[in-house]
Design a protein around this ligand. Structure first.
Ligand SMILES: *Cc1c(COP(=O)(O)O)cnc(C)c1O
Length: 381
């Protein structure tokens, strides 16, 4: 089956008994058993829920994975992966990544004795220096949030296999429509389904996909034991969102390409970060491992003062000023003070998350209206 068909059908059967075509929302905490310990796959909804089962099967299918596990948020899914580790273990992680992941690593897990090395993953060979016998995990995100750096997943995975270390790729920005990290050698794929997979800014959800049965067992044990599971309504919303992922992504990519070009040619814009430009440092890798370039981008204003940034951020009408991304509606965000405020300023400046940096999540509204909205706002800068 091809991806567009999987998105609509995988894991979903007409409801037993009445044939409902949409997976029912099994709003129940427990399941009746005929005799002690004779349950039919469902005993208590923290461990299993039929709406979640359907979603997990669909999530696995769309990443060409054997297994999917779904969590109450993207961060909860990240948390579950790090819980595979023990104090003393080490992680090599990308230095440009989602602020909430950085916060979880440095503020929750580092004090518990897990050591994180933050490195520039756009040059895979440079990570070799950080491996030692305590290294258990490599964590990367590609494209990264917000600077759209690209990691060569195949190259990093070859190094990880050589060193016998697990590789997790956060595929939130690309989505399975643009890139499948497991096919490129990753061991675990993570999504914040809050973003493109859900796609309608109406649910918080996260998931992990993997091929190893052993890894699935360990992560399922953590999911059940730690309890960061989504409710059935949330699972239903993600299932429904997934049905149009391919249609939405085509529109995000189309609008994204036009807006990236428009910003690049605009006299008030200093620089645009978008992997579809030939001058992007890892354009060749982006072109090989991704099927298109998506609707996420960041740009730097020539006038990087706080006043100019504020004028831009408060002048758009269609681009709503908000955190998050990947919904049908366009959003504008100021990473330094919003999504990435938890990263210390000196680290932000070093990697390029400067005051004048603005991130766009380009939605699927009419392109003429989006361009007009940005034109008017840039005129006010
Ligand atoms: C939003 C996001 C997360 C965290 O997901 P939540 O659903 O907000 O918990 C992780 N990674 C990336 C790249 C994200 O954009």
């Amino acid at each position: 089956m091809k991806l567009a068909t999987k998105l609509i059908h995988a894991g979903q059967e007409p409801a037993p008994g009445n044939g409902a075509i949409m997976t029912p929302i099994y709003q129940t905490s427990t399941f009746v058993q005929e005799a002690p310990a004779t349950h039919k796959g469902y005993e208590y909804a923290r461990s299993q829920n039929p709406t979640r089962t359907a979603l997990e099967a669909c999530l696995a299918a769309i990443e060409n994975a054997k297994y999917g596990l779904s969590f109450s948020s993207g961060v909860a899914a990240t948390d579950a992966v790090i819980r595979l580790l023990l104090p003393g273990d080490e992680v090599i992680a990308a230095d440009d990544m989602y602020g909430g992941t950085y916060r979880l690593f440095t503020k929750v897990f580092a004090p518990m004795g897990i050591k994180f090395h933050f490195v520039n993953m756009s040059d895979p060979e440079s990570i070799r220096a950080y491996f030692n016998d305590k290294t258990k995990l490599v964590w990367t995100e590609t494209p990264t949030n917000p600077l759209m750096s690209i990691t060569d997943i195949s190259a990093v995975s070859r190094i990880c296999k050589e060193k016998n270390v697990l590789l997790t790729v956060d595929n939130t920005f690309a989505t399975p429509w643009l890139q499948n990290p497991l096919d490129l050698g990753a061991d675990v794929v993570l999504h914040s389904a809050t973003k493109y997979l859900g796609g309608h800014s109406d649910v918080i959800h996260g998931c992990l996909m993997m091929n190893s049965a052993e890894l699935r067992e360990k992560l399922y044990f953590i999911q059940k034991s730690c309890g960061a599971v989504p409710g059935p309504m949330d699972c239903f919303l993600v299932l429904r969102g997934l049905k149009t992922l391919h249609v939405r992504m085509k529109a995000h990519c189309e609008n994204g390409a036009i807006i990236a070009q428009f910003l690049k040619n605009h006299p008030k814009v200093e620089k645009v970060y978008w992997p579809g430009f030939e001058e992007h440092p890892n354009y060749d890798i982006a072109k090989t491992q991704m099927r298109n370039f998506g609707g996420m981008m960041s740009f730097v204003l020539k006038d990087g003062t706080q006043a100019a940034v504020n004028r831009m951020m408060t002048s758009t009408k269609l681009f709503a000023l908000a955190e998050s991304l990947g919904g049908v509606e366009s959003l504008i965000n100021h990473p330094a003070s919003m999504t990435h405020a938890s990263i210390p300023k000196e680290n932000r400046d070093r990697i390029g998350i400067v005051e004048g940096l603005i991130r766009l999540s380009v939605g699927i509204e009419d392109i003429d209206d989006l361009l007009e909205d940005l034109k008017i706002a840039l005129d006010k800068v």
